[in-house]
Design a protein around this ligand. Structure first.
Ligand code: HEM
Length: 442
């Protein structure tokens, strides 16, 4: 029988000693513990609570794929986030999740996404036109608007007004910021409630729901078809032939806005910073675009393996979803380690993506490493979109969007970096900080 392994522990005193630094950026603290203690350790965060941190890619695959039935998501998504965006794909569990995933999955199939490409391209182009040349600026707000507009126009086509987009963007971002505060300062929970801050944000999300309901009802009454995501979601039928209830549809819309925009804007900002530091990569992207044999967007995406590799390599170094968390439902035993039921597991995608045993020159930006390599050669240690049944439903959508965005940027501008280091803010997602770049017309 396999020998039982003791999981190394980080004592509470050590956690408290580093708590300020952890609040600012927890990644160096995690790295230090991994280096000292190995790929899985237990961090004691109070006298009664602990979290299992792991950068063991085998354990991650086991949890997300092989034995996924024994795992649920943590309360962060299923309760803390759900109170703002409702119970939809990202935040639901069990049979409800399964039913929703089955219903919504077809809308994200590649053949359906073809119908959205023109909307995606138009949203990107109109945002990129706003870029000012020859001035230093933080590129994140541009990428953020670009990603939000792309989701909005893919969902509603031209049937959504600019002020409605702005309002929904303001509300979803405000709710996310509030959630970050609640998670980072749990000891102020009583104050957030007593001061009415949480209620204020709940009221805002109710406002967003009113706008979304109005858009749904206008679409239903108009009888007009746009072949956008809203049409797909309205057409979708459960096994019993019934459509989604309106409240459920609104939850899913809010979730698509939330899940689909911040991750993509982070990834695009990091990618822009990396290519700014590597002008030779920009040249190769231009060469790829110049060699297109077609104007057709889907065909040109197929002719873009290099730009795709640039995006993949950016997300290897800077994965927007830099942690994936789960809780085991029953006691678990893996490679000699045992986890009593109810253990919180936190997997560091950031560490797995930078592990030198998997990646040669692991800290260097080398898009070529993804070219001509079959997916199954790296899928055991590359998880930008997660893995298993709860893998990102928008992964193809996001890849198409990011490849088109990078190509549109590079074909219009030379991108130059203005700061030497790429700075990060690890919050719920891995966010860029001070992403100052300069653009010159080509
Ligand atoms: C670079 C962009 C993106 C990244 C890195 C990303 C990453 C992820 C990851 C890691 C998960 C799994 C989380 C877990 O297992 O706990 C996830 C789930 C999800 N993502 Fe994405 N995502 C991106 C873009 C998008 C877009 C564009 C959409 C929609 C328009 C989207 C919608 C969703 C939804 C609905 C889920 C929940 C799926 C489920 O549980 O069934 N994501 N995403």
């Amino acid at each position: 029988m396999e020998q039982k392994k003791q999981i190394p522990q980080v004592p509470l005193a050590r956690f408290l000693k580093h708590s300020l630094a952890i609040l600012n950026n927890p990644l160096p603290f995690h790295k230090d513990n991994f280096e000292r203690l190995g790929d899985t350790f237990r961090l004691n965060i109070s006298f009664t609570e602990s979290v299992l941190f792991s950068r063991d890619a085998g354990l991650l695959q086991y949890v997300l794929q092989k034995n996924q039935r024994n795992y649920s998501k943590s309360n962060i998504q299923t309760e803390d986030l759900a109170k703002y965006v409702g119970k939809g794909l990202l935040t639901a569990e069990g049979e409800h999740w399964q039913k929703q995933r089955k219903l919504i999955q077809p809308a994200f199939h590649k053949k359906q996404l073809i119908l959205l490409l023109d909307n995606i391209k138009a949203a990107i182009t109109s945002e990129i036109l706003k870029i000012e040349t020859s001035v230093d600026f933080d590129v994140f707000p541009i990428m953020n608007d670009l990603a939000f507009q792309t989701v909005a126009k893919s969902l509603f086509s031209s049937a959504i007004e600019e002020d409605e987009i702005k309002k929904i963007q303001y509300i979803t971002e405000a709710a996310q910021k509030m959630l970050v505060k609640e998670l980072r300062q749990p000891y102020l929970g009583w104050w957030f409630k007593a001061s009415g801050k949480i209620e204020k944000h709940l009221a805002l999300t109710r406002e967003a729901r009113v706008i979304l309901k109005k858009l749904i009802s206008e679409r239903k009454q108009s009888g007009e078809r746009f072949d956008d995501l809203l049409d797909m979601l309205l057409d979708a039928r459960y096994e019993d032939g019934k459509p989604m209830e309106e409240e459920q549809l609104v939850d899913e819309l809010l979730i698509l806005f939330t899940a689909g925009h911040e991750t993509t804007s982070n990834a695009l900002t990091f990618a822009a910073q990396l290519i700014a530091k590597h002008p030779e990569v920009q040249e190769k992207i231009i060469n790829e675009i110049d060699a297109f044999t077609t104007q057709d967007l889907m065909q040109s995406l197929k002719e873009s393996p290099y730009t795709q590799a640039v995006v993949e390599e950016s997300m290897r170094l800077y994965p927007p979803a830099y942690f994936i968390d789960r809780v085991n439902i029953e006691d678990e035993y893996f490679a000699g380690m045992s986890f009593p039921k109810g253990s919180s597991l936190l997997f560091s995608i950031y560490e797995i993506h930078r592990d030198p045993t998997f990646w040669e020159d692991s800290l260097q930006f080398k898009p070529e490493r993804f070219i001509g390599v079959p997916k199954n050669q790296y899928s055991s240690h590359y998880f930008p979109f997660g893995a298993g049944p709860r893998m990102c439903i928008g992964n193809n959508f996001a890849m198409y969007e990011m490849v088109i965005a990078i190509q549109t940027l590079v074909s219009n501008f030379k991108i130059m970096h203005k700061t030497s280091a790429i700075e990060i803010t690890p919050l719920i997602t891995l966010k860029p900080k001070n992403a100052i770049l300069q653009f010159e017309e080509r």
